[in-house]
Design a binder for this molecule. Sequence first.
Ligand code: ADP
Length: 486
Amino acid sequence: MASGITKRWIFNILSVIIFIIICVVLCLSYMIGTYYYNSVQQSISARFTELNNVFTDESADTTTDFLSTAQKYIEDFPEKEQMELQSVNSIGRVTLTSTGFLPDKREKMPDLDEALKSGTGEAITTGQLSTGEDIMAGTRIFTSQDGTVIGAIRFVTSMSDINITITLLILLISLVGIAIIVAVVISGRFFIRSIVGPIKDMSKTAQRIAQGDFDAPSLNKKYDDEIGDLCDSINYMAHELKQTEQLKNDFISRVSHELRTPLTAIKGWSETMLLTGDDIDRGTFKKGMNIILKESGRLTSIVEELLDFSRLQSGRLKLITEKTDLVAELDEAVYILKERSIQEKKHLMFDTPIEPFPPVMGDKNRLRQVFMNIIDNALKYTPEGGDVTVQILNEVSNITVLISDTGCGIAPEDLPKVKEKFYKANQNVGGSGIGLAVADEIVQMHGGTLDIESGIGVGTTVKIQIPVYNEAEVVTMEESINKGEN
Ligand code: ADP
């Protein structure tokens, strides 16, 4: 059964082409017919002109003069093969013919009747002989000086051969037209197949992908055109979906693992403390409680990170903005992580600037969360004895925060992807793989940017830029919002 595209092609293109070809064939046929009939008519008209020179006033004034001139003219007529010449007397009887055979008396001569009626004394008509033969005949009437008809000369030419020629030519043109239509149909079918075939394959593959089968065989790119590009896009989409699915599965197992580790510690220590009961010594109790507290904190931060991520995905993460001192928030983040860096024997350095910094419009807690996340990463991916340096710079329209470490660094092929959700370049170190995605989103919500420069073995520098709060701009913005509302 013809597919939708084939049907549309038949109705929209093929029908138009067939219509045009039929019109062209009809026009050409008409033109050929007219051309041949006109040329015969013209040759009879030319003979009429010639008659004026032959039948002068002197040579055709009386019936006798006319008959003898007509006889001579008929005898000398050079084109007897192509045309029959007849001499007609004053009462409309054919008296002499170039063939030597007089026509049947009943034969009609409409050209003679028309010539008698016309003012010029000439007429050319087409018709049929009683034998059925198609003819064209032309009559020129001759009158004496007093106006009485003394005779007429009649040219009769057979149109049978011409009609055969015309029919053959029309047949030839029709055949060419049919050949064009056949060629269009064949090339059209080939063209449509080259579209419909790949589209069907694409549709099947897309359905398999939609059902979660990302291992569906990749589409074969047959043509380097828009269809080929579409095949490439679907193959790429399948590849990316497969990767995302893999990342998501890894993420779920990683997060489960991350949650299980602190839970195991909490459960273990709770059981120990419960079993030991009142016999537990103060030191062990304190150590146990500290671990339970630390691991609960870890659980809370993992759950918080997941919640933030889910809010970001659903667009529910809202900022509570106010004029914020970034130096203070950065200071606080460094302060919170300082103790950990000492424990892990890493140097976390931040020289709090003395001069005041212009405020930014932002959410204090979220910005502090971003700084903590980036410093946490820097510590996490830097080995013992390494340095983590934090800097803040006032760049007039922006405030720039630089967090550099001397850690393992990120490979160039991973660098463009580390800000994507679930992506982890380093599988050996714990973490859900969503920290940078969340941080980047929060910075963007503040109108800022988060860029990463890194090299394997060199270390990593994360650069965060937040625009400085500009009262004039905010006022103008509020005014335009108010105007819009009014
Ligand atoms: P994770 O929870 O794995 O740290 P992130 O989204 O914070 O997830 O980071 C994504 C990936 O980027 C990490 O898995 C790690 O490979 C890489 N990365 C981030 N920060 C650093 C850094 N300071 N040094 C080296 N690699 C880093």
